[in-house]
Design a protein around this ligand. Structure first.
Ligand code: UD1
Ligand code: CA
Length: 426
């Protein structure tokens, strides 16, 4: 078992934001959460440390509430990535196993790649392994300098590199595996005599070589996975990559997506074969969509939505925390929240489940049993149950449970006043 260290103390100046970089989100899930989950999904780590610094209280509180097993470690002030990792030294004083270190701003990293990286490190017998990728325009990233035999000589930050080193296209992805007891001495030997005046984590490579240890490079297959986020533009690009990857997976699994370029599907949504997603849908959060469903155009699923087979969610329909059984339709202009909906139900255009009471600030459930028909423009004021087979007349405002097979009507009878307009005109 490895320990992991995720570096999340940096300021992220270029995000120009009131919130720390690692708490920015893609599909409402933080960058830090993607990295943490990828690490724990490998099943190869038993303790995860997160280095916090800039707005550390906010990040630590976020971890306490969402990832109570992760251990926040304070780095204050933030003197560089090498300094960041050294904050864990007191916690791992007697530890003799291996450690994986990751930048906290790479949300596209997958657990499969991390697993491969860890397996490479263990199989190669390296004391230190660094993940690399090759880029045509490596920009500001650290350059990988290899020895003649292909092993790792050093990492040179772009700002410190000679022209010759700058021309190298293989870069440091920001992920490291190391034999902790052999490498940990490196941290007390780091210097700040570099262009940025920081303690560079990358200098542990040189130290390892100087001390007769083995350093190697693992090149990641899909370089998009190590795309790091430093600005809102890069956040938008990463969101797009993540979406493209998800859509490709669904297309390969037999889901029909008519326009991938206007369709957004969170990575935590499962969809079965022969479901059709029409253009301009936004599917967020964790959802399970069955086979042969039709979604959209312009549908919004907000998470915790379970659709059985042959369900239709049409245009301008928003669905949240709702289960819908098979062969049920909600085709137009509807909000379904905190609901349980049976099969063979028809939800008329403009139906709203009024699930929120603003006075008590509480949400309540709407239960609609099998074979119910809800007339257009109805409001179902939760908590409320519409029993099996019942009908609600159009423009119903339903504040009480409706018994099975009954008709509920709340509108006033239609009045026709003959010649009313003409009388008014005279
Ligand atoms: C770092 C690497 C560079 C690599 C790149 C990949 C170093 C010296 N350089 O550069 O070789 O190509 O990542 O993206 O490591 N952080 C802290 N405390 C600090 C400073 C940073 O926790 O004092 C965290 C940041 O929050 C971030 C990560 O470390 O998650 C990387 O820091 P960043 O400043 O973005 O490093 P780069 O300059 O991108
Ligand atoms: Ca960075």
């Amino acid at each position: 078992m490895f320990k992991s260290i995720i570096m999340a103390a940096g300021k992220g100046t270029r995000m120009k934001s009131d919130i720390p970089k690692v708490l920015h989100t893609i599909f409402d899930k933080t960058l830090l959460a993607y990295v943490l989950e990828a690490v724990s999904k490998t099943g190869l780590t038993d303790e995860n440390y997160v280095i916090v610094g800039h707005q550390s209280e906010m990040v630590s509180e976020y971890l306490r509430q969402n990832y109570p097993d992760a251990k926040p470690v304070l780095q204050s002030p933030q003197l560089g990535t090498g300094h960041a990792v050294s904050m864990v030294l007191p916690y791992l004083d007697t530890y003799t196993g291996d450690v994986i270190i990751l930048n906290g701003d790479i949300p596209l990293i997958t657990s499969d790649s991390l697993k491969e990286f860890i397996e490479f490190h263990s199989a190669s017998g390296s004391d230190l392994s660094v993940m690399s990728a090759v880029f045509d325009n490596p920009g500001n990233l650290g350059r990988i300098i290899r020895k003649a035999d292909g092993s790792l000589d050093s990492i040179v930050e772009a700002k410190d590199a000679t022209d010759e080193q700058k021309a190298v296209k293989e870069i440091n992805a920001g992920a490291y595996c190391l034999n902790w007891s052999k490498i940990k001495q490196a941290f007390s030997n780091l210097k700040t005599n570099n262009a940025q005046g920081e303690y560079y984590l990358t200098d542990i490579v040189k130290w390892a070589n100087d001390n007769g240890l083995k350093a190697n490079v693992y090149t990641i297959k899909d370089k998009k996975e190590i795309f790091g986020i430093n600005s809102k533009t890069e956040l938008a690009e990463a969101s797009k990559y993540m979406n493209e990857r998800t859509i490709k997976k669904h297309l390969d699994n037999g889901v029909q997506i008519i326009d991938p370029s206007t369709t957004w599907i969170s990575p935590e949504t499962e969809i079965e074969h022969d479901t059709v997603i029409y253009p301009s849908c936004y599917i967020n959060g964790k959802n399970k969509i069955g086979a042969h469903c039709k979604i959209g155009p312009f549908a919004h699923l907000r998470g915790d939505v379970v659709l059985e087979d042959y369900v239709k969610i049409g245009n301008f329909v928003e669905v949240k925390k709702t289960t819908v059984k098979s062969h049920t339709n909600a085709c137009h202009l509807t909000y379904l929240g905190d609901s349980e909906i049976g099969s063979n139900v028809n939800i008329g255009a403009g139906t709203i489940t009024a699930n929120y009471n603003p006075l008590t600030k509480t949400k309540s459930k709407t239960i609609i049993k099998d074979n119910v028909k809800i007339g257009s423009n109805s409001v179902l004021v939760a908590p409320v149950t519409i029993e099996e087979g019942a009908n609600v007349g159009a423009v119903g405002v339903i504040t009480k449970n409706v018994p099975a097979w009954a008709l509920a009507i709340t509108r006033t009878p239609l009045k026709i006043l003959e010649n009313w307009v003409k009388r008014k005109q005279n």
